[in-house]
Design a protein around this ligand. Structure first.
Ligand code: DLL
Length: 433
């Protein structure tokens, strides 16, 4: 049975959703015009005033907001409410340049938690469930977001945060946790550790997992589902828009419903900025129409994606996005060829390896080199050296078929690639250093 947290919204008619979007967009544009000089200047530079935006059909007229804008306006330049009305910040890990700091009023937090509650109920969660939140707590949005959603659903919430894997497993078993929330790479690690402890899926009380914050392939989903004996649901979001819960998967597991009563999604050509028709692959752009403290209009996510409005068997009417196929800034250009880490992962898992790998890109004598290190399975570890060399050759061929270029493959010992408790680091690009 499909469960909804806010059925009247999640299953609203398309006309109703559009009516909400039109009304809220017009209000939001007026709000940023009145309260955020940075936005007003950007609109004025395009010769726009709020009167030009009468509804969603005028959205394309507005300028984009990029991560560079956030950096330029850091820290307070995009805040649309007096600080006395803001109650919290969250922030990205800031691997490159300045961190992104997002602001929330109490109302913003309330709506964000509603979005996470929708995701938990779509994964089958009810107030009878025990939900273990193993995303990091603190500045990262994963822990606080799912924690709030879990409370709203009424689950008994276990706020373990990430790390201390043995303790995670102890809580799952002792408290009979039924829902696990963490990154997919951490879920895989927890599964691997359980297996080593001799636990089989039927000895693990979990029934569902809500995994996101990084790219993961369908093959990885199957792996996690089998190891933990659960259904694994995807969840997407970004700090700039609140955090997890911008979109989430339902029982169909064929894409994530975007919470369109809060976010308007567009797909654009990343090179020209032109809006693309439904079904095209391009960069995902979001406008947050209900955010009070930190509203973003036409924010370029850099995530490459496809939207679909095909009716969904779960009864939800909100548009679905596919699993992000990579980030436009994650895309590696190797010898002029576009390579997404997700393509490499798909090949590895299809060939029977676990998602423990690292991609190393370098430049030797002015030529790009690509090396994929992947852990052998424990069975392979005892193989003859010649057998290992054969397996490497097989992988080289499979990668060539997928990418069109040569990748050196190195099979490394099991457990030699560092496990991740949060977002996994898959790519080391030495060319940038
Ligand atoms: O990762 C928020 C989040 C927390 C989402 C927990 C889901 C679960 P940031 O750290 O700001 O926020 O990173 C946002 O992560 O633009 C995507 O590139 C990537 N990302 C997030 N969810 C997914 C997903 C959180 N399900 C960036 N699949 C986004 C693929 C994802 N990539």
């Amino acid at each position: 049975m499909e469960r909804y947290y806010q059925p009247e919204i999640e299953c609203a008619s398309r006309e109703q959703i559009l009516a909400w979007q039109n009304e809220r967009l017009v209000k939001q544009v007026q709000n940023v015009w009145d309260n955020v000089p940075y936005y007003r200047a950007k609109m004025e530079a395009k010769g726009l005033t709020p009167a030009d935006i009468k509804g969603v059909e005028d959205l394309h007229k507005l300028p984009f907001v990029t991560k560079d804008d956030l950096r330029e306006a850091y820290p307070y330049g995009l805040v649309a409410r007096p600080l006395k009305d803001c109650v919290r910040i969250q922030s990205t890990s800031g691997t490159t340049g300045k961190r992104v700091v997002a602001f929330y009023t109490q109302h913003d937090i309330d709506l964000w938690e509603d979005c996470c509650a929708r995701a938990i109920m779509a994964a089958g969660g009810t107030n009878e469930d025990v939900c273990q939140v193993s995303y990091g707590y603190g500045l990262f949005t994963g822990g606080p977001g799912l924690n709030g959603g879990s409370h709203k659903v009424g689950c008994l919430t276990i706020p373990t945060s990430s790390g201390n894997t043995e303790r995670q497993i102890m809580f799952i078993r002792d408290l009979s946790a039924t829902i696990l929330c963490c990154t997919p790479s951490y879920a895989a690690y927890i599964g691997e550790t359980m297996k080593e402890m001799g636990l089989t899926p039927d000895q693990i009380p979990l029934k569902a997992g809500i995994f996101g914050a990084e790219a993961w392939s369908e093959e990885m989903r199957q792996d996690i589902q089998n190891t933990l004996g659960i259904k694994a649901y995807d969840i997407y979001g970004l700090t700039e828009l609140s955090g997890p819960g911008v979109s989430f998967e339902c029982s169909e597991q064929t894409g994530m419903h975007i919470n369109e009563d809060h976010f308007i999604a567009e797909i654009i050509d990343p090179d020209t900025g032109e809006v693309l028709p439904e079904g095209s692959q391009g960069e995902l752009v979001f406008t947050s129409i209900t955010k009070e403290a930190f509203p973003l209009l036409r924010y370029r996510t850099r995530d490459i994606c496809v939207l679909s409005r095909k009716p969904c068997s779960c009864g939800r009417t909100h548009v679905k996005m596919c699993k992000p196929r990579g980030r436009s800034d994650d895309m590696l250009i190797i010898k002029g060829v576009n390579v997404f880490p997700s393509q490499i992962e798909a090949v590895l898992l299809e060939q029977g390896y676990a998602a423990n790998y690292q991609i190393i890109v370098d430049r030797v004598n002015n030529t790009d080199t690509l090396e994929v290190q992947v852990e052998m399975t424990p069975e392979m570890f005892s193989d003859q050296l010649s057998a290992v060399a054969d397996k490497e050759k097989q992988l080289v061929a499979a990668l060539k078929a997928m990418l069109g270029i040569y990748a050196k493959v190195r099979l490394v010992a099991p457990k030699s690639i560092q496990r991740s408790e949060g977002k996994a680091v898959r790519v080391i690009d030495k060319r940038k250093i």
